[in-house]
Unconditional design. Structure first.
Length: 176
């Protein structure tokens, strides 16, 4: 019985650690909560469209700009000044609490979401390119599979425990 309990906790710990977000998902989460109010990947909003930003600027420049855009503007960085003036001198808020890795995750998310210009048009203009909104399970969905196997192992453990209790009741019928 102790073996089953240890196995259950090992699988549970493995499932929790494997369920951690991959970089693109982490980047998506941060982008939605911190960037989406002013930025879109494919459209200009209060801030510029971010598709292709990794080609226009180095990752070091992007990290420095996200950490403190106004510092770069005050230091006279020509690209930072051009962005600042082209968007009506609206300063981008500093995000100095984001780590370099988190900013790289955001850029990874932007790369996956960037669409070629022809795909940005209305969906009915290219009906042959429409895809369903769902994605079938694949090899990359390891978190789901580990969680599924953990639940199955838990259910097997509960069933084994119930069998042991029934055996105990049969051996000692007077105790209930």
């Amino acid at each position: 019985m102790k073996f089953i309990i240890n196995l259950f906790f090992a699988l549970l710990c493995l499932g929790v650690s494997a369920g951690a977000n991959p970089p693109v998902e982490e980047g998506k989460s941060i982008f939605i909560s911190r960037c989406a109010a002013c930025h879109n990947v494919n459209k200009t909003l209060t801030g510029p469209a971010l598709a292709g930003v990794e080609q226009r600027r180095s990752i070091e420049w992007i990290i420095n700009f996200v950490h403190s855009s106004q510092t770069m503007v005050k230091d006279g960085d020509k690209d930072a000044v051009a962005l600042y003036t082209s968007f009506n001198n609206i300063p981008m808020p500093d995000h100095s609490d984001l780590t370099d890795a988190q900013i790289k995750d955001i850029v990874a998310y932007i790369i996956t979401e960037a669409k070629p210009i022809e795909e940005v048009t209305a969906p009915f203009s290219t009906p042959s390119k429409l895809r369903p909104a769902y994605q079938p399970l694949g090899v990359h969905d390891y978190g789901f599979f580990i969680a599924f196997l953990s639940i199955v192992a838990l259910l097997v453990g509960v069933l084994l425990f119930a069998v042991r209790v029934k055996e105990y009741e049969r051996t000692f019928p007077g105790r209930s």
